[in-house]
Design a protein around this ligand. Sequence first.
Ligand code: PSV
Ligand code: MN
Length: 408
Amino acid sequence: MSAEAYRLLVETLASRGIDVEKVKAALKKQRIETPSWGYGDSGTRFKVFGQAGSARNTYQKLDDAAQVQRYTGIAPSVALHIPWDRVPDYGELLAYAQSLGLELGAINPNLFQDDTYKLGSLCNPDGEVRRQAVEHILECVEIAEMVGSQVISLWLADGTNYPGQDDMRARRRRLLDGLQETYAAMPAPMRYLIEYKFFEPAFYHTDLGDWGMALTMCQKLGDRAQVLVDLGHHPLGTNIEQIVALLIDEGRLGGFHFNNKKYADDDLTVGSVNPYELFLIFNELVAGELDPSVDMNVAYMIDQSHNIKPKIEATIQSVLVCQETYAKALIVDRATLSAARLNGDVVLAEETLSDAFRTDVRPLLQVLREEMGLAPDPLTAFRKSGYWERVSAERGRVSDSQSGYPGA
Ligand code: PSV
Ligand code: MN
């Protein structure tokens, strides 16, 4: 793409009253965390197709994450999942991450893979099982302190599979007890991010099934408890951007798990199926950032298991989609948009959004990357580097596992 394309784009943006330097400054500050579990072999519950280059342990996952950071420049932190990423020495792990130019991000407790959790973890009718779940989260708080992380990101798989199986209100109270005890153990400014999901693995009712269930828990816990929105965790047709707007307004949007879905929690590459929806979500995020009356501190993360894609390329792709979509949201002509809204000019309001969405921002992103000392096309540069071929030869292909979860 030529310098001419960039010049024309700058001109177009200027005609919309947009200062390209401000857009670039915002893009340079964007951060997208990547998940350790996205670098290991994963798949469905039917089959995991092993890949020679996939990371085998947490140290290799960090090596791979460092590649994503090296080529994108906006993914310097890695989320850990415990026990998948349990190591004997967290100080050593942190030092290793730092030697690669990485930070360790959200610590994710795993409350869904122990046999004792058949009837739930924090909501389990058995107090001993609930204690085990609480202790596990407390272990994660300690790990977070050891690795300098300020986020505990909790997804609760609890729910029931059959009508009548358990008392939904009693479960909610058990949940609140467990969350309160673990929240109390988190030193400020550590935040508790509460994720919701409408179904799976439980199929009748889910204890944290939607944003309202997560939000009411957070409100009972305190200011450092916030909701995490995972894009794959809503019924089809849900207006996710409205949920995002509401949570921003309540000061309770704490985290994001980017991915995309066609049917359910598919773990498809972010923006691959419904890019306009993703744009509308980013549009709300930018509107929130620009609003001085709201305080936003959102941990943006990818949460995808890349199934059959090579993991590092899939992660680079995903980070770049977030970057491109953020850029499109940043170039919305907000003055025209708000005037159109006030005047009831619904056509102009919609056109203003879709104009930004249809703008090709790639020339801008190439210039941005040059300014950041990066290759203009990160995916191609990574492919040419030979890293994947090298680690594929070194690591070799593990035998296929039957489980869909890494580390299982
Ligand atoms: C559950 O579907 C989820 O989105 C949660 O964030 C988990 O921690 C993650 O996927 C990995 O299984
Ligand atoms: Mn998630």
